[in-house]
Design a protein around this ligand. Structure first.
Ligand SMILES: C[S@@+](CC[C@H](N)C(=O)[O-])C[C@H]1O[C@@H](n2cnc3c(N)ncnc32)[C@H](O)[C@@H]1O
Length: 287
C-alpha cells in the first residue's frame, strides 16, 4: 500500500510561489468574457501556452508566462523554474504535502512532473493527468512513467483506484466552482480506497485588504458565485489557453463544501503566505 519509506532531507524554504502571485492580480474593470469555463478537454497547440512555456524552459529558455484575469489585468510570471524544482528546493509545506502521499497516487494537473517524479522515486505508483500536451511531453522527457492527457472532470473508474489524490500548485482551484467541487469530491470518494486522502493546495482569497480584490469578490457574489471564483487564462508568446475558472476558498468554506461529499478536512498546513495545504479523509460513520 505505502510507497517505500525513504524520506529525502529538508532544505531552505523557497521564495513565494509564482502561480500564487498570478492568481491574486488586482482588478481594474469587471467584465467576464469567458464562454467555456473549465479546461474540460485537451488543449490544441495554439492553446497550450503553459505547456509550451514548460517545454521552452526545459530547453533553456526563460519560459515566462502571462496570466490574464477576466477583468483584463495581466501579470507577468517569473517562476517557470519552480515547476522543475527538486524536493530539496521545495518549501516546507510542499515537502510535508508530498510526504503525506502514499500508495497509488493520482497527481491532478501534474505540470512538469515535480511531484510525480519525487513520488516515483519514493516507490509510489503515480498516475499524472493534465490537459496540456506540452506539460505531458515535459513529464515524459523528465522520466515520469505514467502520464495521461485527461482533464480533472473526466477522471473515472478506468483509471483504477487511488490511495492519494494530490492537487498541488494551487490545483484545488481546478474544481472551478462550488457545484463541480461537490460533484468531483463525490466521484473521488468512489474512486479511492477506504483510508484514502486528498492532499490539496488551496489559495485563501480573503488574505487581502486590497479594494480591487475585494471588489472582484463582491462582483462574484452578486453573480451568485463564490467570492473566490477567478476567471483567467494563461498566455505565452502568441498562445493562450481558453478562459477557465479557478476556485479559491478559505478553510471554513472548504469544510462546508466537503461536508456533504463524504470527505472531511483533517488537517490544514499554512504556507505562511496566501495558500494552505488541506488534507481530506473519508468521514467515518457518525462523523
Ligand atoms: C499551476 S500548474 C501546477 C503543476 C504541478 N501540480 C505543480 O505543482 O508543479 C497547473 C497544471 O494543471 C493543468 N491543468 C489545467 N486545467 C486542468 C484540468 N482541467 N485538468 C487537469 N489538468 C489541468 C495545467 O496544464 C498545469 O499543468
Amino acid at each position: 500500500m505505502r510507497c517505500n519509506g525513504r524520506q529525502p532531507t529538508n532544505a531552505a524554504d523557497n521564495a513565494r510561489r509564482a502561480v500564487t502571485d498570478a492568481l491574486t492580480l488586482p482588478q481594474s474593470s469587471a467584465r467576464g468574457r469567458a464562454g467555456r469555463t473549465t479546461l474540460s478537454r485537451s488543449l490544441t497547440a495554439r492553446q497550450d501556452a503553459f505547456g509550451r512555456s514548460l517545454l521552452d524552459y526545459l530547453h533553456g529558455k526563460p519560459g515566462r508566462q502571462l496570466v490574464e484575469r477576466s477583468d483584463g489585468l495581466i501579470d507577468a510570471q517569473s517562476g517557470t523554474g519552480m515547476y522543475f524544482q527538486l524536493y530539496a528546493q521545495w518549501s516546507d509545506y510542499e515537502r510535508w504535502a508530498a510526504d503525506l502521499a502514499r500508495g497509488r497516487v493520482l497527481d491532478v494537473g501534474c505540470g512538469a512532473g515535480r511531484f510525480a517524479l519525487h513520488l516515483q522515486e519514493r516507490g509510489c505508483e503515480v498516475v499524472g493527468i493534465d490537459t496540456s500536451p506540452g506539460a505531458l511531453e515535459v513529464c515524459r522527457a523528465r522520466g515520469v512513467r505514467d502520464v495521461r492527457e485527461i482533464a480533472l472532470a473526466d477522471v473515472g473508474p478506468e483509471l483504477g483506484t487511488f490511495d492519494t489524490i494530490l492537487m498541488m500548485g494551487n490545483n484545488f482551484g481546478l474544481f472551478a466552482n462550488a457545484g463541480r467541487t461537490r460533484r468531483l469530491l463525490r466521484r473521488f470518494h468512489r474512486l479511492t480506497t477506504a483510508d484514502a486522502r486528498i492532499v490539496a493546495e488551496v489559495l485563501d482569497p480573503y488574505r487581502t485588504d486590497d479594494p480591487l480584490h475585494l471588489g472582484y469578490h463582491e462582483q462574484n457574489r452578486r453573480r451568485g458565485r463564490m467570492a473566490g471564483q477567478i476567471r483567467l487564462r494563461v498566455r505565452y508568446h502568441n498562445l493562450r489557453t481558453p478562459w477557465f475558472d479557478y476556485l479559491f476558498v478559505s478553510a471554513d468554506e472548504l469544510r462546508t463544501l466537503a461536508a456533504p461529499t463524504g470527505w472531511h478536512v483533517v488537517q490544514i498546513l499554512e504556507s505562511g503566505g496566501l495558500t494552505y495545504v488541506a488534507v481530506l479523509e473519508k468521514a467515518k460513520a457518525g462523523e
